[in-house]
Design a protein around this ligand. Structure first.
Ligand code: S3P
Length: 448
């Protein structure tokens, strides 16, 4: 079971212009997947630029328990010697994913497709998150939930099958984690599995399957969706993974530079995958001064350096269909909206309620604590910006959620009064160097 947690309150205050050039850590989604694909590939997979955050390290430990040798060669440089598909070991201990929804759900897919039994657990936040959305299709493929906490939650024990049934599955919620769990179970299936999504979600699992030599076809489906067809039991071949910088982490210095007067920064080599760029699209509509420099491809993903300058933002309407491409960025977008002139209406945010915290409630409560007018109407969040600095002055409850902590610390860099968060310890799950990086740019964040 997860260890007890020691809160680390932090406070951010109005700072001078942010200046400089920075690189944010490797993408969390791709980092989890690179370790998992290393496990599923017989031979040695080399990874460069792995995010060494607690979430990803928990996935690494789970891979070890399932039979892989996971070695750190240098900063961000890792080597995984995998068992290959069909050859996972029965784990001797609990797979404890800490705070990580992605690691736990993707690994449920892996375990479901193998004839082993594993117990999954996590911290207080992960134990509250819904797992049925992943377990339902896995049970259809032949896995069995041997034991579970109320409502299909962690801790739970999953017994997989060595012959997962090929499935055609339409995901009921737009979730890359659900899609990926099905695809990962289907890798060991003696047939063809099809996943249909009405709204396209991040496609890192599909890209990585292709990168490791699987037979996978992806085509458009309806107006915004995709259909993915995977042939089971491929011979996955080791292939080097270069992890690009995480756009969801870049979002924090990006919004900070937009709201701290006089700022001008460059964030280097940020992944520009179109299924992850909803925040930048929205900020550009709000009038943000963001330039894409030096567009190129690194490790199979489009990347660009982002030059960001302080901007006078205006409120906009953010359509519901954009949500999957910026699902983790709404908290920091809400902060940007607090500094904009006029109302920003963010539509269709039901999925925000089941993240590391109920982010819809946590954001609205945090904004109110900092003197920003906002409302939740149905699944929409509406923020009324007055133009210029938000009041600030609040102590924001973060509910074990790293993105709530970072978002409100960003607010504090530009608000009239400092903003405190009750706990910044969870920042280490995705962005361990967040505070030093913001400090290097000229931002003032300190323990409170
Ligand atoms: C992720 C998918 C998203 C996102 C999470 C990472 C992934 O979750 O919120 O941080 O790596 O697949 P959902 O797919 O459940 O929306």
């Amino acid at each position: 079971m997860s260890q007890s947690h020691k809160p680390a309150p932090l406070s951010a205050r109005r700072s001078g212009p942010l200046k400089g050039s920075v690189r944010v850590p490797g993408d969390k989604s791709i980092s989890h997947r690179s370790l998992i694909f290393g496990l599923l590939t017989r031979g040695t997979t080399e990874i460069e630029g792995l995010l060494e955050g607690e979430d990803v390290l928990a996935t690494g430990r789970a891979c070890t328990l399932l039979g892989a040798k996971v070695e750190r060669i240098g900063t961000g440089s890792w080597r995984v010697s995998g068992t290959g598909v069909g050859a996972l070991l029965q784990p001797r201990g609990v797979l404890d994913f800490g705070n990580a929804g992605t690691g736990s759900r993707l690994m449920m897919g892996v375990v479901a497709g193998h004839g082993i039994e594993a117990m999954f657990d996590g911290d207080e936040s992960l134990r509250k998150r819904p797992m049925r959305r992943v377990l339902d299709p896995l049970v259809k493929m032949g896995a069995e939930v041997v034991d579970q906490a109320e409502g299909g939650r962690l801790p739970l024990t999953l017994r997989g099958t060595s012959d997962p049934i090929p499935l055609t599955y339409e995901t009921p919620v737009p979730s890359a984690q659900v899609k990926s769990a099905v695809l990962l179970a289907a890798i060991n299936s003696p047939g063809t599995t099809t996943v249909i999504e009405k709204e396209a979600t991040r496609d890192h699992t599909e890209k990585m399957l292709k990168h490791f030599g699987a037979d996978i076809a992806v085509e458009p489906h309806g107006t915004h969706g995709r259909k993915i067809v995977l042939t089971g039991r491929p011979e996955l071949k080791p292939n080097k993974v270069v992890v690009p910088a995480d756009p969801s982490s870049a979002a924090f210095p990006l919004v900070a530079a937009l709201i701290v007067e006089g700022s001008g920064i460059v964030i280097e080599a940020v992944m520009d995958n179109p299924l992850r760029t909803g925040l930048v699209t929205t900020l550009l509509e709000m009038g943000a001064d963001i330039e894409h420099l030096n567009r190129r491809t690194e490790g199979g993903e489009d990347v660009a350096d982002l030059r960001v300058r302080f901007s006078n933002l205006k409120g906009v309407d953010v359509p519901a269909e954009r949500a999957p491409s910026m699902i983790d960025e709404y908290p920091v977008l809400a902060v940007a909206a607090s500094f904009a002139t006029g109302t920003t209406w963010m539509r269709g945010l039901s999925e925000l309620r089941v993240k590391e915290s109920d982010r819809l409630a946590a954001v609205a409560d945090g904004l109110k604590a900092c003197g920003v007018a906002c409302e939740i109407v149905g699944d929409d969040l509406i923020v009324h910006g007055k133009g210029g600095a938000a009041k600030g002055g609040g102590v924001v409850a973060t509910h074990l959620d790293h993105r709530i902590a970072m978002s409100f610390l960003v607010m504090g860099l530009a608000s009239v009064e400092p903003v405190s968060v009750d706990d910044g310890a969870m920042i280490a799950t995705s962005f361990p160097d967040f505070v030093p990086l913001i400090t290097m740019l000229g931002g003032e964040i300190a323990p409170s």
